[in-house]
Design a protein around this ligand. Structure first.
Ligand SMILES: Nc1ncnc2c1ncn2[C@@H]1O[C@H](COP(=O)(O)OP(=O)(O)OP(=O)(O)O)[C@@H](O)[C@H]1O
Length: 863
């Protein structure tokens, strides 16, 4: 309040609104700060308020100091530019007096700095030093690297220039394409466009010529491309010469002659500038032309040579069979532009020719070498960590934590619970205060005070761990004011990850004490990830995949990704670890799971054959016989991880089948080296069924909306208190209690950078054809639903029974099959759906619509 009042008085004084005292204050402010004096009161107030609200925060103090440095440097700069110079016979007092009256320059402070520096290193040196000081203080205040800003600026300029260049290149390519097309079009008709600059003359009303058909009527009733009135003479002459050539070749009569008489095309071209019509009958002219060897204006070739050109393109034998499609074809250029063309036939022919040449073994040596090089296996190069973003070191304020601890103790004491805070662990997103209760204090009492603690700490939500496993303390987890993102790179760089022996180590994140958490998927051996939408599941799956990319060679670890959401995992298409392209169709996903079950069985058979119990033993055996030169020797088995991002979608399409496959895999696949990672945002019991839960022992719970959801995932409350954005309860098999972890973060851009790096390496994924074909042949969900899977087992008997009795009543079915009303009603609905009985008609019984024969026929047809 005091600083506000002082600032207000000082500010108003600057405008002569505070009487004599105000005038004095004004002269002092301007005298000290020069021009800056006008805004000095505002700065004074803002600075004081900032300091008071950030007391004890070393970062804030540092920023304030930087700001003061900026202020002083600015005064110095103003003095250098606008102020009086001491060299001109002025002293510092003069500077002060001058500034106090006019506000010119940087006042006493500016004078001290600028003139001091100028006296030692000269005026230019003073400028330099002051500008550098300004930049340094700006960097300290904004915490943005100056070099980066410059880099960003130049990067932008570079990208802009590059974009422009790309656009220009595209336009040029388009033009070339267009020109080539036109040229070929003209060549088709024997006109050499090289000789003519079509683009210079092209009139607006130029029309596209009708396509010719060489087979049915080679050029006989064709008109030459219609040229507009003002088309240059050159083209007309060429066209007329073409008519002469074709006339000589074809020697066909032309009805148009009746009207034309014996005017030569050349004459006609000269006399007449209307769209040119060919004269087919002028055989003598052809000879005339040949004799006199008339040359075109720009094309220096003779007519003979012209013929050769045509023959180059169409050898005699092919000319007869070669036809150009009636309708103009469309071609999409590299830039995506659709252009009309009829040169497709030409290209086809070229391709055909090449194929023939290749068949005959006409491949050049260089080509062969190149092909062989392609076959040679490429070594997997691990992507560099520099493709990922590096996190900043977290800043903790000791004082803040101490204050919270004292507050906690006091709050509990107010309720008669004596505790002492024994330890504080600062995690990236939450801080845990460990409380040691006094003798005789019940742990449940502390838990029951959760809401009161929340109130006194003004925390969004707190989670109480009572007691902390392995410690005689109760943990109270309070969210941090500032959430520090844990970047994946920080975890991948940690020794825990780098030295981890498993190929499928998973960089999870940082625990409550800020320690890196890395786990082995092989030991999990299957993982269920669940949480509300937006809680961080997809990011978690991304970190898992990235951990594998950074740790494992594609020969050792293979991935199958199922992504019914389509957008989450498709970005990984093209990485060499993939066993098959990312499966986005939920119907095909059950095929992928079936394949995995078959692969598992196959692996077990091989284990039995080689007398080993699991994949490690098998691979060790294979390794020991690697020197044997036998084509059929066993190959090493890669570990397979099946990642499903959204189980709910799969369960909707084929609940029974998916559940079956998951359970079979979950029960047996560990030893076969096949692991499941399943994510879902709907932790309801019909998605995470009891069976799935029992077989997938490791869980990760992200924030959920209710305790019920939390219990569905981890069999206990807790996940509903999480903060979201990667805050998770990590509960791998074998842990006594879930561990709170802040999940590592990797952005989509980083993922694309890494995927680009892998694809640019040229390591194409070696998709397994067997898997693909098996998945493709899997029955679709629709079939599964309609085809019996969903049908009640009494469906058939009930149908027959109703037809026999010729009466459709639910009560009758209930009595007959000794089933409940719901089930009987469901069977009746299924029969109605199949057309065996009619729709409901109020209280009247349904009509029976089929005879026994019709019903049996329907069953035979596979309904
Ligand atoms: N570990 C993390 N650290 C920081 N922020 C995170 C983290 N994980 C997720 N987030 C933030 O949460 C947002 C949502 O995450 P994500 O897309 O993974 O949610 P989701 O659970 O997969 O949601 P949905 O089920 O709707 O796809 C992300 O865009 C990101 O901003």
């Amino acid at each position: 309040m005091i600083s506000f009042a002082a600032a207000a008085i000082l500010f108003l004084s600057n405008f002569g609104l505070c009487g004599v005292v105000g005038d004095f204050l004004r002269s002092v402010q301007l005298g000290i700060f020069g021009g800056i004096g006008y805004i000095a009161p505002v700065i004074l107030f803002a600075g004081t308020a900032f300091y008071l609200s950030n007391q004890g925060n070393p970062r804030a103090t540092f920023k304030l100091a930087s700001f003061l440095l900026a202020l002083v440097s600015l005064c110095g700069f103003l003095q250098l530019v606008f102020g009086l110079k001491t060299g001109e016979g002025m002293t510092l007092i003069d500077i002060y007096l001058e500034a106090s009256v006019s506000g010119r320059g940087g006042g006493l402070i500016g004078g001290l700095l600028a003139e001091g520096l100028a006296a030692v290193i000269g005026v230019i040196g003073a400028y330099l030093v002051i500008i550098v000081l300004l930049i340094i203080s700006a960097v300290c205040i904004t915490e943005k690297s100056f070099v980066n800003v410059v880099k960003m600026g130049s990067g932008k300029a570079y990208r802009h220039a590059r974009k422009n260049m790309d656009i220009r290149r595209e336009i040029r390519a388009e033009r070339q394409e267009e020109r080539r097309r036109l040229r070929e079009e003209q060549k088709l008709r024997g006109v050499n466009l090289d000789a003519t600059n079509l683009f210079d003359h092209q009139p607006e009303e130029y029309e596209k010529p009708e396509p010719l058909n060489f087979v049915d009527a080679p050029l006989e009733k064709e008109t030459i491309p219609v040229m507009a009135d003002d088309m240059s003479e050159d083209i007309d002459i060429q066209a007329s010469r073409l008519s002469a050539v074709t006339a000589a070749e074809a020697a066909r009569p032309n009805p148009a002659d009746e009207f034309r008489g014996s005017i030569s095309p050349v004459q006609e071209a000269e006399e007449d500038s209307v769209p040119f019509e060919p004269d087919w009958k002028d055989e003598p002219l052809m000879e005339e032309l040949e004799e006199s060897s008339i040359y075109m204006k720009k094309d220096n070739r003779t007519l003979k040579e012209m013929e050769v050109v045509e023959e180059d393109i169409y050898p005699e034998a092919e000319r007869d069979t070669f036809s150009i499609p009636e309708e103009p074809k469309q071609v999409v250029t590299a830039s995506g532009k659709v252009i009309e063309t009829d040169t497709e036939a030409l290209q086809k022919k070229l391709v055909k020719k090449r194929e023939e040449a290749a068949k005959e073994g006409d491949l050049s040596v260089t080509q062969e070498i190149r092909q062989k090089q392609d076959i040679v296996k490429k070594e997997y190069q691990f992507p560099p960590l520099t493709l990922l973003k590096k996190g900043k070191a977290a800043v903790f304020s000791d004082r803040e934590y101490r204050e919270t601890a004292i507050k906690l103790q006091k709050t509990l004491q107010n309720f008669g619970v004596g505790v002492t805070v024994t330890n504080i662990s600062c995690g990236p997103s939450v801080t845990r205060y460990e409380l040691h209760p006094e003798q005789g204090v019940k742990v449940s009492k502390i838990v029951s005070l959760a809401d009161d603690i929340k109130l006194s700490l003004a925390a969004a939500d707190i989670r109480i761990e009572a007691p902390i496993p392995g410690k005689s303390a109760v943990g109270i987890e309070v969210p941090n004011k500032e959430n520090n993102v844990v970047y994946l790179r920080d975890i991948l760089e940690a020794d825990n990850f780098r030295n981890h022996s498993s190929k499928i180590a998973f960089a999870v994140g940082k625990d409550i004490g800020g320690q890196v958490v890395v786990t082995d998927i092989a030991k999990m051996p299957h993982l269920l990830i669940a949480g509300a939408t937006g809680s961080g599941k997809s990011v978690c799956i991304n970190t898992l995949i990235m951990s594998i990319i950074y740790k494992a060679n594609p020969e050792d670890v293979k991935l199958i990704m199922v992504d019914p959401k389509v957008v989450e995992l498709s970005v990984y298409n093209g990485i060499p670890h993939l066993l098959l392209p990312v499966v986005t169709d939920p119907k095909k996903a059950s095929g992928a799971l079936n394949w995995a079950v078959a692969e598992m069985t196959d692996r077990y058979n091989k284990f039995a054959q080689y007398n080993v119990r699991e994949i490690k033993g098998y691979n060790a055996k294979v390794e020991s016989i690697k020197d044997i030169d036998d084509e059929n020797k066993p190959q090493k088995m890669p570990q397979i991880i099946i990642i499903i991002d959204e189980l709910a979608d799969l369960m909707m399409v084929a609940p029974g089948e998916v559940e079956d496959s998951i359970c079979r895999l979950a029960q047996l696949a560990r030893a076969a080296g096949i692991h499941l990672v399943i994510a879902t945002q709907r932790p309801s019991v019909n998605v995470i069924t009891g069976l799935i839960k029992a077989n997938v022992p490791s869980r990760v719970a992200f924030a959920v909306s209710s305790g019920v959801d939390s219990r569905t995932i981890i069999d206990m409350n807790g996940a509903e208190k999480l903060l979201g954005k990667g805050d998770m309860l990590f509960y791998p098999a074998g842990y006594p209690k879930p561990m709170r972890v802040q999940g590592a973060f990797v952005s989509d851009t980083e993922v694309s950078r890494v995927v680009d790096f892998l694809t640019e390496q040229g390591m194409t994924p070696n998709y397994d054809k067997n898997v693909e074909s098996m998945i493709a042949s899997a029955p679709s969900g629709g079939e599964m639903k309609g085809g019996g899977n969903d049908r009640d087992e009494y469906f058939l008997q009930a149908g027959k029974f109703i037809i026999e009795k010729d009466k459709a009543s639910i009560g009758m079915l209930q009595r007959m099959f000794k089933i409940g009303f719901n089930r009987a009603a469901r069977i009746m609905d299924q029969l109605a759906e199949a057309g065996v009985v009619g729709e409901e008609e109020g209280t009247k019984p349904r009509k029976v619509l089929m005879s026994m024969e019709e019903f049996e026929e329907m069953l035979e047809q596979g309904y």
